[in-house]
Design a protein around this ligand. Structure first.
Ligand code: NAP
Length: 308
């Protein structure tokens, strides 16, 4: 408890590891709490094709393992533990992990975001029995079965395309007829022979029997008409929400819970910085998160210098 760290990094996606790499190279001896599922959302992604420097693409988990190794090579200490709470009321700040308290001058929050569920009637009981938010994790359970994906963004198109590896048919269900997904991702899904796209449909209710999910009632939001779809697997890909619960309102956030930057990457609390999807309402890319992680580490270095 007595040692005061220069900087503790909370969260371990591209933002956290890049912050760790830069902070370690700046000789700040950073300590990272990576979470029980270290690596963040990219650990649940198949191929990353848009991170510069990988002409053939790279698996999300492989990329995160390499980023971690790179930061550890320069001295980043990583612990695969979750932070329970922080106390930012006075310096040094306190970070509580499994009942143990760590002291630090600066903090970088890079906890990212987690999937949003639809919360349609019947959903709770079928989580893990047919309804999932992670095709990479659960797709292989649906070999030669019919599945659906809900959403109109890059995640939905990517998951639909990925699921064609296993499923006999994938129905992509979107509530509008305009897709947020990038053209390349949308067209890949559109052109795939196993994918059917249904627009102007949203899940009204999930259907199930004693074995698990059997389908859903889909509603047309324009006129309320309904139809049933028969699927044994459903993948919800309707976006993410930032992970900030452990901050317990001590840092200013926007109406959706994203942390607000006040000066460069510094939050409303002096010495507390934030980077990546926990801040980013707009870009949410691995490369932008990594860039922001770099900025946060450089801002911490400068801020620590100014304290002396
Ligand atoms: P997103 O772009 O926010 O898309 C969410 C989709 O879900 C939207 O089409 C939205 O519909 C729909 N939706 C939201 N709430 C809904 C509800 N209650 N019922 C039905 N549909 C609902 O989220 P995302 O696809 O997860 O992507 C997030 C970010 O990550 C984006 O910046 C994306 O580019 C990035 N990403 C990149 C890659 C890649 O480059 N490889 C892969 C995945 C994600 P509306 O359009 O009607 O609002």
């Amino acid at each position: 408890m007595s040692k005061v760290h220069n900087v503790i990094i909370i969260g371990s996606g591209p933002a956290g590891y890049t912050a760790g790499l830069y902070a370690a190279r700046a000789m700040l001896e950073p300590l990272m709490f990576a979470g029980y599922m270290s690596g963040g959302q990219l650990m649940l992604t198949s191929d990353v094709e848009n991170f510069p420097g990988y002409p053939k693409g790279i698996g999300g988990p492989e990329m995160m393992i390499e980023l971690r190794e790179q930061a550890e090579r320069f001295g980043l200490e990583v612990r695969d533990q979750n932070v329970e709470s922080v106390d930012l009321s006075e310096q040094p700040y306190k970070v509580v992990v499994e009942g143990e308290t760590f002291l630090t001058q600066a903090i970088i929050v890079s906890t990212g975001a987690e999937s949003i569920w639809l919360n349609a009637p019947g959903e709770e009981a079928q989580k893990g029995r047919g309804i999932s938010t992670c095709a990479t994790c659960d797709g292989a359970f649906f070999k030669n079965e019919e599945v659906m994906v809900i959403g109109g963004g890059d995640s939905a198109c990517e998951e639909a395309t990925f699921l064609t590896r296993f499923a006999s048919k994938v129905t992509l269900v979107h509530r509008r007829d305009t897709f947020r997904a990038s053209t390349i991702m949308y067209e890949r899904a559109l052109k795939h022979e196993k994918i059917e796209i249904k627009t102007f449909r949203q899940v009204k209710e999930w259907l199930s029997d004693e074995k698990g999910l059997t389908g859903a009632v889909l509603e047309d939001p324009r006129d309320g008409t309904t139809e049933n779809i028969n699927v044994t697997g459903a993948f919800i890909a309707i976006g993410h929400k930032p992970i900030t619960g452990f901050l317990e309102g001590q840092v200013e956030v926007d109406e959706e819970g994203y942390i607000l930057h006040k000066r460069h990457t510094m939050t409303s609390v002096e010495g507390v910085f934030a980077a990546g999807d926990v801040v980013d309402t707009r870009y949410k890319q691995a490369i932008t998160a990594a860039g922001m992680g770099c900025q946060a580490a450089m801002d911490v270095e400068k801020w620590l210098e100014d304290q002396h």
